[in-house]
Design a protein around this ligand. Structure first.
Ligand SMILES: Nc1ncnc2c1ncn2[C@@H]1O[C@H](COP(=O)(O)OP(=O)(O)OP(=O)(O)O)[C@@H](O)[C@H]1O
Length: 673
């Protein structure tokens, strides 16, 4: 790196920052104008404000590390950065190439063996807008830039890796496959990082479609979602919904876990039949006949009449709530003849009168409510857990607080919603809001037309518009961004779904996700050796068969960017216990060998700088809670008291130092209690 070269590159990077500044100032001015402009049509204004705000925030995040690399080929020189900048005066010639553009690809994939026409690859190290230094990596596989990135101390949140994406990761990030893609790799192979960069890449290449439908990222727990939450915004992407499997049913936020036995029961496909039985159990016949007191006579709604009406309603092929009117009608049909017999008269309109009386009769309505109740998913499950599970032969489902939802209840609630159908609540709410809007509009028209100055021949507002029309025009436009609307709507279907730690998902969880992604555009990231849930996947083919049959692609990642080789070697026994055939990923870095001590205070290992965690079998920080996370220094307490998969996860969280602490009671052979 000569001084001349460094100052030339500094000039170039300063120039790019000036360009960025100009673009941002223009976008900000446009945004300010759009916000102020009261005359523009409201809808147009909203679109302009939204587009310009997105542009401003995208330009804002580009400030840090705007340009991080350069490649030279026979075709010229390409500067690579977080966003693309173009020379508007020169036919939109690229000044800076977005890392996702095809022209940037060789920056990530060229090697000495396959240089792809690249004669030079340069990495810039910047601080703010200032270029501190650069180095050329001669197309080596593990560049200095990568090692520097991996050696840097970790913070509480994950960072993006745009500047140092590796070739095997780049292939997965840009894979053109539109269906289900499974990415598997051992701990620290960058699965999460790759999945998030793939989202950014897909949003770049299919922005129109994806930002309309949104992207859903499913991660194992809220701590993990907080940890990865900054990566996409740092790449300028915000149209993304983050959720744990316990949050996939709007209105419920479950964090509690069931016992492994219950997880397995609720997570397996037989839960579908169990729920169907639970719904059928709510379609009842009365133990004793129900009297219906008509004006002149009293008819009896017998078990036989109810059973026939139930058969008719079940045959209608509708969902439970939607079949209620069929049941109601069938009961009425069956009661007309006995009522006429009791009245003992037969004149033409009598049958119609009796039918009308029966249809609106409170006794009949009450009977319908009792024998074929309107059900919400929550009520169905709560009643099941409160005691109906005994009648169905699943006593283990009973619990004291039926509505204390667990993570495994969420796919059951979703499945129940499918079986029950619309409970009419949303429709009733919409009708009420509409009625209020029309009443308000009528009021407005009345005020306009009651102006005392008006003459007979003047055109009145009601001559031009009616209240319904006015209500339509003023119905509030849904101002929420895609991500907010999607998160609140159970029937929302996403443009793309990413599932992280996918080995933990049960068969029932996969059914929920299948409903949210009918186009099956999904990136599924996991490692079967790290599975901790009793209901999780043991084999991708089996787990994905109902979702994608055999139409899914598989890619493996093989290099560990987190854990030094010495720690990986120490964790090898745990891996062998989980799966003797599994091959651990190869670590890029070397470091200190793990330390084993007995009876030490884990806190005594807390370093002066860097992130630190103490993982113990029962918490507060359990192996389950650390899934997907990493820390500079990790103390694992009593790994022998963990399952092999838990042990494997716990031992592979450290980026630098691993200390294994055993409690003395354990080594004495006494009960650790
Ligand atoms: N190309 C890269 N450049 C820089 N850092 C990287 C790269 N790839 C991965 N990393 C870093 O390696 C660490 C591990 O990545 P990540 O958490 O995505 O791995 P993972 O495969 O999801 O691990 P686990 O299975 O344990 O959850 C992270 O700190 C990530 O930023």
């Amino acid at each position: 790196m000569t001084t001349g070269e460094l100052s030339a590159e500094r000039e170039r990077i300063a120039f790019l920052h000036d360009r960025l500044e100009r673009e941002r100032a223009a976008a900000q001015a446009g945004l300010d104008a759009a916000l102020k402009d009261g005359h523009e049509q409201r809808w147009h204004r909203e679109v302009a404000v939204r587009t310009l705000s997105e542009q401003v925030s995208r330009l804002n995040v580009a400030d840090g590390n705007l340009c991080f690399g350069r490649i030279d080929t026979a075709g010229g020189r390409v500067y690579i950065g977080r966003i693309g900048l173009f020379d508007t005066d020169r036919d939109y010639e690229p000044l800076l190439t977005d890392w996702r553009a095809p022209a940037a690809r060789p920056f990530y994939t060229a090697t000495a063996a396959n240089p792809e026409g690249v004669t030079l690859r340069r990495h810039f190290r910047t601080r703010g807008r200032h270029l501190e230094s650069f180095h050329d990596d001669e197309l080596q596989l593990t560049s200095k830039a990568l090692l520097e990135a991996l050696d840097a101390p970790r913070s509480a949140t994950m960072r993006d890796i745009v500047a140092t994406i590796q070739a095997e990761q780049d292939e997965v990030i840009r894979l053109p496959h539109r269906g289900v893609l499974v990415i598997e790799g051992g701990p620290g192979t960058g699965k999460t990082a790759v999945a998030l960069h793939r989202v950014a890449y897909l949003l770049y290449t299919q922005r129109e479609q994806l930002s309309r439908r949104g992207v859903l990222v499913v991660g194992p727990n809220p701590g993990f979602l907080r940890y990865i939450g900054e990566v996409l915004p740092s790449l300028g992407e915000t149209d993304v919904v983050f959720a744990t499997p316990g949050e996939l049913f709007p209105g419920v936020r479950a964090e509690r876990e069931d016992t492994p036995e219950l997880q397995a029961l609720k997570g397996g496909l037989r839960a579908v039949d169990l729920l169907a039985e639970a719904v059928a159990d709510r379609q009842e016949v009365p133990a004793d006949p129900i009297p219906v007191e008509l004006e002149d006579v009293t008819v009896e709604l017998t078990a036989e009449i109810a059973a026939r009406a139930r058969a008719r309603a079940r045959d209608a092929g509708l969902k439970h709530n939607e079949a209620r009117p069929v049941f109601h009608r069938a009961l009425v049909d069956a009661l007309v003849a006995p009522a006429l017999d009791l009245i003992g008269e037969d004149w033409p309109e009598l049958a119609a009168d009796v039918r009308r009386e029966l249809t609106g009769h409170p006794d009949v309505r009450r009977a319908v409510d009792e024998l074929w109740p309107l059900l919400t998913p929550q009520r169905l499950l709560a009643d099941l857990y409160a005691g109906r599970c005994f009648g169905l032969g699943y006593p283990e489902l009973h619990r004291d607080d039926p509505r204390a939802w667990t993570v495994s209840d969420v796919p059951l609630l979703d499945e129940a919603a499918e079986l029950l159908g619309d409970d009419g609540r949303a429709e009733r709410r919409a009708a009420r809001q509409r009625r209020q809007a029309v009443e308000y509009a009528q009021g407005v028209l009345h005020v306009i037309d009651s102006d005392a100055e008006m003459y007979e021949e003047d055109l009145r507002a009601v001559d031009l518009v009616d209240a319904e029309w006015l209500a339509d025009r003023h119905t509030a436009v849904d101002h929420r961004v895609t991500a907010e609307r999607a998160a609140a709507d159970r029937e929302w279907t996403y443009g793309h779904i990413v599932v992280d730690e996918a080995q933990e998902l049960s068969e029932m969880d996969w059914r929920v996700l299948a409903r949210r992604a009918p186009n099956r555009s999904m990136t599924i990231v996991g490692d079967l050796a790290q599975r901790q849930s009793a209901a999780g996947a043991r084999d991708w083919s089996r787990a994905l068969e109902p979702l994608a049959r055999d139409r899914w692609q598989y890619r493996g990642l093989t290099v560990n960017y987190r854990t030094p080789a010495e720690i990986m070697a120490y964790a090898a026994d745990a891996l062998a216990e989980v799966d003797p055939t599994a091959v651990p990923p190869t670590s890029v870095r070397h470091g200190e060998p793990p330390v084993e001590v007995t009876g030490a205070d884990p806190e005594s290992f807390r370093p002066a700088t860097g992130t630190f965690a103490v993982i113990t079998p029962t918490g507060p920080l359990t192996p389950r809670a650390t899934k997907g996370l990493e820390f500079d220094t990790v103390v694992v307490v009593d790994p022998e008291r963990m399952t092999p998969a838990e042990r494997y996860v716990a031992l592979t969280r450290a980026t630098r130092r691993l200390i294994v602490v055993r409690t003395p009671a354990r080594t004495d052979g006494a009960d650790p209690g």
